[in-house]
Design a protein around this ligand. Sequence first.
Ligand code: NAP
Length: 487
Amino acid sequence: MVSRVIPVDPFDLVVFGGTGDLARRKILPALFRRFCAGQMPETARIIGAARSDMSDASYTQMVADALREFSPGAQSHADRLRDFLGVISYVRIDAMGEAGWAELTQKITSVDRVEAYYFSVAPSLFGPLAERLQGHGLADRNARIVVEKPFGRDLETAKALNATLARYFDETQIYRIDHYLGKETVQNLMAVRFGNMLFEPLWNSQFVDHIQITVAETVGVGGRGEYYDRAGAMRDMVQNHLMQLLCLIAMEPPARFDPDAVRDEKLKVIRALEPVEPHHIVRGQYNADPDDADTYPDYRTAVGNPRSRTESFVALKTHIANWRWAGTPFYLRTGKRMRERSSEISIVFKETPHSIFAEDAGRHRNVLSIKLQPNEGITLGVTIKEPGPGGMRLIDVPLDMTFAEALGPDGGETVDAYERLIMDVIRGNQTLFMRGDEVEAAWDWTDPIIQGWTDRGDVPKPYDSLSDGPDASAQLLVRDKREWRKI
Ligand code: NAP
């Protein structure tokens, strides 16, 4: 299948934190791939910006090394790599001081180009960067800023950050990134829901028994221990990524596929979320790997805090108080050091109201499962007769819409979330970015949960490395005569 690549307009993209981990692993490789795909005009300019003392040549060398490491195939595109490196330069700049701003201002002179400023730096620098961009005349109407996560650590800090950014930029210029929204399957979720007649009539509490969202990782906290211990799974994953997935599943059909129409509907979902009862939420901390505790220590050792009460796992049940979803539970879980790396949304439909078959024929529920990783795809479990003699026995078979199989060896075209989202920034399309009020509403729902843990002195339950999390997580569903889908 040949995919259509529509080139974007000429742009200048300044990557603040251009020497950092995210820039090297994700942002620069994403730009390189779009360059190779012919989507980036050769007149585009990418400017790395950080405090390190580097020349254009040494920065370009660092980018080349990063691409070799993180962009498989860069080697085989030697010509394209050379051309791509030709659009890259570096400015030594301090987000907290005055060094480098005059040089950056000189580089960004053109009036008829998109100017994008990617804040790939620590969140404490988001405000100072916005202020300095404005102070140096760079916050003009062609400018847009891309703000990384975390966006605040509670409602108060998120509000303060929104207010700071709003002092210098209009909301239409602010792109709060959540890379989950850039995933092909997440957008396909909207295509499946709103492009087919089949699903939408069934998409409500009358036909859906419950919904599960799982984002499981096998890795531990790695080198992010200090940050993670201050955040925990609730702040790091649920408030943003899982919440965004929940919104896309639960929202009403927007009138149009445009940024505000979609984000208005998502906001209504968040505002309709019921508070979570303390006995409907389970927290956990992973144990050491019994066979290799040096390489895979327990959570508290990994973060260097022997008394930590931060969760590396959370599972919860919530409800959405509106006509469509009243009575349908949403179960969410996410954790580190779990059995498999797997992100999946499952819409579990109700059983047929009456079975006409003998009891031993078996009975199955239809499950629509949307897999985000490791392999993106959508399957629908359908009940059919087991082939062959022996009477009517029912089995569950998947109708598989795995993109790689349905759309050719490339799965159409596998575009990384960062590729799509950065190009959306240049195109000026905010549909897949979070609006300020959405982020605040999400914190408004999350804060009392976290505050409740503190007030009750809640201690996370230990769980085995490479497991499904604490037993209490399984019980959360067993109590409701349900079970988690296998990860
Ligand atoms: P990092 O590796 O620590 O990089 C930080 C960057 O900021 C470096 O380039 C650093 O370069 C620069 N910097 C620090 N202080 C500066 C200053 N005063 N002025 C200008 N530049 C400054 O961090 P990261 O992992 O790339 O993360 C960047 C942002 O992305 C953070 O907000 C993080 O939460 C978010 N994020 C990261 C990941 C990830 O996988 N890494 C995933 C999701 C979100 P110098 O020291 O040379 O100045």
